[in-house]
Design a protein around this ligand. Sequence first.
Ligand code: HEM
Length: 229
Amino acid sequence: MNWLTTALSSSVGQKFVMGLTGLFLCVFLVIHLSGNLLLYVGPEAYDQYAHFLHSQKGFLAFSQVLLYGAFFLHIYLAFKLSATNVTSRFKSYKMKASKRDDRMVAALVAPEAWMFRSGAIVLLFLIVHLSDFKFEIGWDILESESSPYAKAGIILRDVWRAVIYILGSLVLGVHVSHGFASAFQSLGVNHPKYTPCIKWCSIAFGWIVAIGFASFPIIWALTDSPAAP
Ligand code: HEM
């Protein structure tokens, strides 16, 4: 843990940890999306997968500690780094007012500012998602339902939830389509030969994540069930 404290004491180290946790969360997204794609296979496959996961108590507890630790560090550093960026941009109070205005506009449209805003929206989306699927807050109707497939159907067929899940997935796609490539830069992977390819992969990954997650409420709104007949 000493390396973590050392890393967190400098802004280069903070960016490194931000990149590392970001890539870890991208791996989680791939696993989570792959698991959810079983919704297209059918209720038996999805329920079997969900029940199997819940039966692996030790593995689940370990991966949850890693996952929530990564989320916490990533969000904490996002706030810390963007606060540092804002103060360093406006540090020189002797600066001319016009120059300060220019810097203000530049700060508002900078990619990091968009990353912060999209990240904040993804965090709100995640809070709604956990309250629905993990804690089932406000879903008394789910108490009598034991099938995870049926539960997902009840939640995602709610009109407001469908809107939130579609918009949340799209914003998540925008966030990772820049964030994935940016993480490599933060980890020091910057090469004229590989960087353009990483940027394209990042955009493709963003689209896959956005379309993949948004597809579930969309298909559920259009058909009785996402599973192929
Ligand atoms: C429509 C798409 C999605 C569906 C159907 C879905 C489904 C689920 C289900 C069934 C669970 C398990 C709840 C439980 O039994 O404990 C879950 C947990 C979770 N989901 Fe999603 N999810 C979706 C999108 C997302 C997205 C886009 C993210 C990331 C931003 C995400 C992050 C999480 C996290 C962090 C957990 C908690 C994991 C844990 O504590 O074990 N999910 N989701």
